[in-house]
Ligand binder design. Structure first.
Ligand SMILES: [Zn+2]
Length: 269
């Protein structure tokens, strides 16, 4: 298998994967979505809530606030030695919030959450948690734990994790009558027209919708859109909890472990 990086930054990773197949790509995609652990607030103890939002809604909003994840220091609660419902310093991080509006209405942002571990803090300081009117107060203690997306979407480390076939496009080599049609209809603006001739401007943008082929009125069609059977473009957008390449690496580790477990089971049977 060969991997070529197209784009890589803090939250986005776009790679071309060659010599792979659909089952493998789909396994990695599903594991990235549902099995790679990340940190999220799981339990909230309300000390005071005189806002207009019910405790449950505040807790729900806190749960969906992405937190930077530290996979080295923390254990999944089910794997932790403590085996305690409350958790221990190895499987739980405490965050507190003490907010009050003294004058007028104000918005409380995620920046006001105070974490006991400076490495486990909200990914963004600008997540609005609640609005408080004059005199209203919100005071709480929240416990964040590692968890998996298959249990609750708040533990999903990715916003987008998708793959598509690598497109293969053949364009007519000479001028043709309705030349513009296929270029105009393409929703992804894959084509450009140069001297009344069609040219591929952005091959990777193609999502194989085939609108261009259908729009062409000439028979046999001079434009051909196909895909490479064993080449894929994978796109991972992290919510910020972990770098996208780390999510992919963790997914491969989990797949490897699952296969090893399967092999062990086979031996026993
Ligand atoms: Zn523990």
């Amino acid at each position: 298998m060969k991997i070529e990086v197209l784009e890589k930054n803090e939250t986005n990773l776009r790679v071309i994967v060659k010599e792979a197949d659909v089952p493998l790509m789909n396994a990695l995609r599903r594991i990235a979505l549902a099995e790679v652990p990340s940190m999220a607030i799981d339990e909230v103890v309300m000390v005071e809530n005189s806002s207009i939002l019910q405790d449950e809604i505040v807790a729900h909003r806190l749960g969906l606030t992405p937190l930077k994840t530290d996979l080295e220091t923390y254990n999944l609660p089910e794997d932790c030695e403590c085996q305690s419902e409350f958790g221990c310093p190895q499987c739980r991080v405490t965050l507190t919030l003490d907010a009050e509006s003294k004058e007028g209405t104000r918005t409380v942002y995620s920046a006001e959450l105070v974490s006991e571990n400076p490495d486990v803090v909200p990914v963004s300081d600008k997540v609005p948690l609640i609005k408080l009117a004059k005199g209203q107060k919100l005071k709480l203690e929240a416990y964040a734990r590692l968890g998996k997306g298959k249990k609750h979407a708040k533990w999903q480390p990715v916003a987008v994790c998708a793959y598509k076939y690598f497109p293969k496009i053949e364009v007519p080599t000479k001028k043709c009558e309705d030349c513009q049609k296929c270029a105009d209809i393409c929703p992804k603006k894959v084509f450009t027209v140069k001297d009344e001739k069609i040219d591929v401007r952005d091959l990777l943008a193609c999502n194989l919708c085939m609108d261009c082929v259908e729009a062409c009125t000439i028979e046999p069609k001079p434009i051909k859109v196909e895909w490479e059977k064993n080449v894929f473009i994978m796109n991972i957008e992290s919510t910020g909890v972990l770098p996208p390449e780390r999510i992919l690496r963790e997914a491969t580790k989990i797949l490897d472990k699952q296969l090893k477990d399967f092999e062990e089971q086979l031996k026993v049977e």
